[in-house]
Ligand binder design. Structure first.
Ligand SMILES: NC(=O)c1ccc[n+]([C@@H]2O[C@H](COP(=O)([O-])OP(=O)(O)OC[C@H]3O[C@@H](n4cnc5c(N)ncnc54)[C@H](O)[C@@H]3O)[C@@H](O)[C@H]2O)c1
Ligand SMILES: [Zn+2]
Ligand SMILES: [Zn+2]
Length: 345
């Protein structure tokens, strides 16, 4: 099959013919029809993810069709249209037994613990426990974000954030995670304040439903958020992962407000300075959020339908696999607005 491969971190990526994957006994092989470029793929290429062994094929935000099933697979068959949460739980460990497959002790993550979906085919292990059937009306490109960024934003805001109608929600960074979070926050009744660094990105944030947008390069973010939200927001998400966005997200909270860290903190952004005395004095809550379990998709599809969320509005461009070597290394320059999806392989 054709795949995007790298042999060293931070070094060129090649489009090459590699061995076709085979399904594990508890797995399937999916013909990839769409795969989103997520900033986590860039983190992987930078060498920030200890699970990656070289050479490596990235890609974890996928939708496609099953072409082969392993001998122990009971719930799935060839031809079904599927997606999969990027953290696949084993179904057996303590977190999985408690319904927390997204923090499984034995995670299978396409594009991290194994070769991923920047390829014509991808093998998915623990398939019975983790595959999710795509609704008929949803095309593959629109469905790509359901493998990572939309589901991650859904868990961050609904399950970890417990947002309530009428509350203020700040979202720092309006890329794939942030734009998803805006739509989910609005669907759940929040007043959404989006933050990014260009007017173009603010414009897109507003098209997707943000009530306000602050340009972090021309305004004082914390002051502006506090003014709009009359003293601070109830819930705030770092949807980028940087010292600046993490700190702003904590500082713009009202008393007893909640910060959710979604963006990965790596490289120069590791170990950000956390204002612990403010957290104590104002009884702030600081939580992490990591993907979402397969069994939560049903609820999420319910919200997508009832709020008439159109996933395709976040997608700014579709590209061919051949563009990955050029685009992936430049992702942290934040040139593109919206989500980029590979749709030709
Ligand atoms: N926790 C999880 O399970 C999980 C899942 C998916 C992604 N992630 C992580 O979330 C982060 C976001 O991923 P993405 O694919 O949405 O990224 P993205 O590149 O699509 O979006 C990042 C956005 O942040 C904006 N930005 C840059 N500097 C900013 C600043 N100072 N203030 C406000 N905005 C700023 C950029 O312009 C861009 O629009 C990454 O760290 C990724 O690895 C984590
Ligand atoms: Zn991702
Ligand atoms: Zn497990």
């Amino acid at each position: 099959m054709k795949a995007a491969v790298y042999y060293k971190f931070q070094q060129p990526i090649y489009i090459q013919q590699v061995q076709d994957p085979e399904p594990a006994d508890n797995g399937v092989v999916v013909r990839v029809k769409a795969s989103g470029l997520c900033l986590s793929d860039w983190h992987g290429w930078m060498g920030h993810d200890k699970d990656i062994t070289l050479p490596h094929v990235p890609g974890h935000e996928l939708a496609g069709t099953i072409v082969e099933v392993g001998k122990n697979i009971k719930n799935w068959s060839v031809g079904q249209r599927v997606t999969v949460p990027f953290v696949c739980g084993c179904g057996k460990c303590t977190p999985c037994s408690g319904g927390n497959q997204h923090i499984c002790d034995n995670q299978f993550q396409p594009g991290f613990t194994a070769w991923g979906s920047f390829a014509e085919y991808v093998a998915i292990d623990y398939a019975d426990e983790n595959l999710v059937a795509l609704p008929e009306k949803l095309d593959f490109v629109a469905a790509a974000s359901l493998g990572c960024r939309f589901i991650t934003a859904y868990r961050a805001i609904k399950d970890q954030g417990s947002i309530k109608s009428g509350q203020f929600l700040a979202i720092h960074g309006c890329g794939g995670v942030g734009l998803s979070a805006i739509q989910i926050g609005k669907a759940l009744g929040a007043e959404v304040i989006a933050i990014d660094i260009t007017d173009d990105k603010c414009k897109l944030a507003k098209v997707l439903g943000a009530d306000h947008c602050i340009n972090a390069r021309t305004e004082n973010v914390v002051e502006a958020v506090k003014t709009i939200s009359k003293g601070g927001v109830h819930l705030s998400i770092d949807a980028l992962g940087s010292r600046e966005t993490c700190l702003n997200s904590i500082l713009n909270l009202r008393k007893r407000g909640k910060h959710i860290q979604v963006g990965l903190m790596a490289g120069q952004h590791q170990n950000p300075p956390i204002p612990m005395s403010l957290i104590v004095a104002n009884e702030l809550e600081i939580l992490g959020s990591h993907g979402m379990q397969a069994h939560k998709y049903k609820d999420m599809f319910g919200l997508i339908t009832s709020a008439e969320i159109d996933l395709s509005t976040m997608i700014s461009s579709t590209i061919s696999l051949e563009k990955v070597p050029l685009l992936l290394p430049k992702m942290a320059e934040y040139n593109a607005s919206g989500i980029t999806v590979i749709s030709t392989f």
